[in-house]
Design a protein around this ligand. Structure first.
Ligand SMILES: [Zn+2]
Length: 127
C-alpha cells in the first residue's frame, strides 16, 4: 500500500512547514493529485488518518483536488484534456500523443493554519 508512505511523507512536509508558525494548528492540507499519479484517493484519505493520529496534525483534513490528464499534440499544437487514461489521442485531430502536460501531479497546494490566538483563547477557558 504505497499510499501509506505517500501520506507519511505529506505529514512530514506539512509538519516541517507548520513548524515555522509556533502554536498554529493545521486545519486543512490541500493536495493536487493528477489522474495518472496512481494514487487511490480513498486509500490515501484512510492512510492520512492513520499517519496523522497522535501527531500535531491529528484532526487536520486532507482536501484532494484531482487534476485531469492534459496532453499536448504535436500534430495540431492543441492541448487537450483527456476523458480517461485509456487512450492518449488528441481530441482535436486524433493524433497519438505522449506529451503529457498535466496528470502526474502529487503535490501540496496549500496548508491552512488556525491562528495561535484562537488556540490560546480555548486553553484559557479550560483553566
Ligand atoms: Zn491534435
Amino acid at each position: 500500500m504505497h499510499e501509506l508512505s505517500i501520506a507519511a511523507s505529506i505529514v512530514e512536509s506539512v509538519a516541517e512547514a507548520a513548524g515555522k508558525y509556533p502554536g498554529a494548528r493545521v486545519k486543512v492540507v490541500r493536495l493536487r493529485l493528477g489522474a495518472l499519479a496512481a494514487v487511490v484517493e480513498d486509500s490515501l484519505q484512510f492512510c492520512w488518518e492513520l499517519s496523522t493520529a497522535g501527531t500535531p496534525l491529528a484532526g487536520a483534513a486532507l482536501a484532494i483536488r484531482t487534476l485531469r490528464v492534459i496532453v499536448h499534440c504535436d500534430g495540431c499544437g492543441m492541448e487537450t484534456e483527456l476523458d480517461g487514461v485509456q487512450s492518449f489521442r488528441c481530441l482535436k485531430c486524433g493524433e497519438l500523443t505522449a506529451d503529457l502536460r498535466q496528470g502526474r501531479e502529487l503535490e501540496i497546494e496549500s496548508i491552512e493554519l488556525e491562528e495561535p490566538d484562537k488556540i490560546e483563547e480555548g486553553v484559557e477557558g479550560q483553566i
